[in-house]
Design a protein around this ligand. Structure first.
Ligand code: 6PG
Length: 463
């Protein structure tokens, strides 16, 4: 068989699906998977199953590398962290100058930056390729966020574009992101937004469960999904709500401890480092951590008030949903904007909206709206129509929050969105008190109002 044009290392759920996707696009592929104590010939077995396509399977790394045309293009689909370093170390002795590795996992962008520099010394290129879409997306077309050396990207562009999902104009949901680990950074922010959207839907489920059956909530969500609120996460949440095992809703059998693999927290840590308030996704991360304190929660549990439950207009909840989602996206874009400036990545936010418009977990109609705004404006809050929408929604958000709180329902993302909006639309906040306190105990200085020179002053508080 001719040398393969694309190599894939790691046949876990995502790696296997990408491999099948590539083979379905007539890309010749060599796959490698290490042997484990439980399983041998994983890659060879895969190649046998797809023997009608151009695929070769290896458990010998040297043979795998030799089966690839040069410059080699090798996608690493292994768990983020040590495994990436191990695979790179195993590969290195067999690679040649100019070969291109693509890290398709959820690696931390700072690890990727370091790996890029290390590999550069050996004339090997590493691209940071954010991949979103879960198993189904990987198989049928994921959203791809490739970053790193632009010339290397151009070498793999065609293959990535063939694999990627297509947007409404049939353009690939794949575009060059920027230098270094920017691809992984953008994917990390995608995941932060994903955490916010997921927690928000969980909050709506909790609020609506007061007065509605699961079937009713699913119907409400499906109706919303026909509107500007359409999103993949909304769609699957409706499906989850109606899934039964025998007579029992599967949802009711699931322990209320949310897991995480770290990308949501990394997104919040990056936001903290860059001084960007991404309060909604950070509240979602904390909600997962709090959920994990199950035993303590059980000890401290207070029963919900028994007073009669009032109905709330579904439209009020719908508007709180829209409000929070808009601000969740806005905060994500602000984080990207700050990172772009600090790391000089020249991120194209409208293009990122476009490649998130299909294939990925946060794909939604709202991203299309954001795309047209971010083509013209730097920020969603620079846009009059967005400001007007948020302003119009505010009173219902407040109503929704008041309603939920009277029944002791947890709505951290909705309240975070509302607080953010309150702060952002308040000319004079209470931060003067913080400055006074800082100056009082630590002589940290402050600026006076209406002082054009913006001089930092220390006041002698204790006379
Ligand atoms: C995707 C997903 C995927 C996964 C994350 C988050 O875009 O396909 O974001 O990457 O969902 O790993 O997982 P956790 O919820 O476990 O942190």
């Amino acid at each position: 068989m001719k040398n393969a044009s694309f190599g894939i290392i790691g046949l876990g759920v995502m790696g296997k699906s990408i491999a099948i996707n590539a083979l379905n696009k007539n890309i010749s592929v060599a796959v490698y998977n290490r042997e484990t104590t439980d399983e041998v010939h994983i890659a060879q077995t895969f190649a046998k199953v797809y023997s009608d396509k151009q695929v070769q399977g290896f458990s010998d790394i040297q043979a795998f590398v030799n089966a690839l045309e040069t410059p080699r293009k090798i996608l690493l689909m292994v768990n983020a962290g040590k495994a990436v370093d191990q695979v790179i170390a195993t590969l290195l002795p067999y690679l040649s100058a100019g070969d291109i590795l693509l890290d398709g996992g959820n690696s931390h962008y700072k690890d990727t930056n370091k790996r890029i520099l290390d590999l550069k010394k050996q004339h090997i290129h590493l691209l940071s390729v954010g991949i979103s879409g879960g198993e189904e997306g990987a198989l049928t077309g994921p959203s791809l966020m490739p970053g790193g050396d632009k010339e290397s990207y151009l070498v793999v562009k065609k293959i990535l574009e063939m694999i990627a999902a297509k947007d409404a104009d049939k353009k690939p949901c794949c575009a060059y992101i920027g230098n270094d680990g920017s691809g992984h950074f953008v994917k990390m922010v995608h995941n932060g937004i994903e955490y916010g959207d997921m927690q928000l839907l969980a909050e709506l489920y909790e609020v609506l469960s007061l007065t509605c059956s699961y079937n009713d909530i699913a119907t409400i969500f499906r109706n919303w999904n026909q509107t500007e609120l359409q999103s993949y996460l909304l769609e699957i949440t409706a499906d989850i709500l109606t899934t039964k095992e025998g007579n029992t809703y599967v949802l009711d059998t699931i322990l209320d401890k949310a897991g995480n693999k770290g990308t949501g927290s990394w997104s919040s840590i990056a936001a903290m480092e860059l001084g960007v308030p991404t309060t909604i996704k950070t509240s979602a991360v904390y909600a997962r951590y709090l959920s994990s304190l199950k035993e303590k929660r059980a000890q401290l549990a207070i029963s919900k008030p028994h007073h009669p439950i009032e109905e709330i207009a579904i439209d009020v909840i719908k508007r709180a949903y829209k409000f929070t989602r808009l601000l969740n996206l806005h905060q994500g874009f602000e984080l990207l904007r700050a990172a772009s400036k600090t790391y000089e990545w020249q991120l194209q936010l409208a293009e990122i909206c476009r490649i998130w418009s299909n294939g990925c977990i946060i794909k939604s109609a709202m991203l299309k709206q954001c795309m047209s705004i971010l083509k013209e404006k730097d920020s969603l809050l620079d846009d009059e129509t967005i400001i007007q929408q948020l302003t119009d929604l505010e009173s219902d958000v407040k109503k929704g929050i008041q309603y939920a709180l009277q029944y002791r329902l947890n709505i951290p993302c909705i309240t975070a969105a509302y607080s953010y909006w309150l702060m952002m639309t308040t000319q004079r906040t209470s931060a003067n008190m913080i400055q006074a306190q800082r100056d009082f105990f630590g002589a940290h200085t402050f600026q006076r109002v209406n002082d054009a020179s913006q001089k930092q002053i220390h006041y002698h508080w204790k006379k």
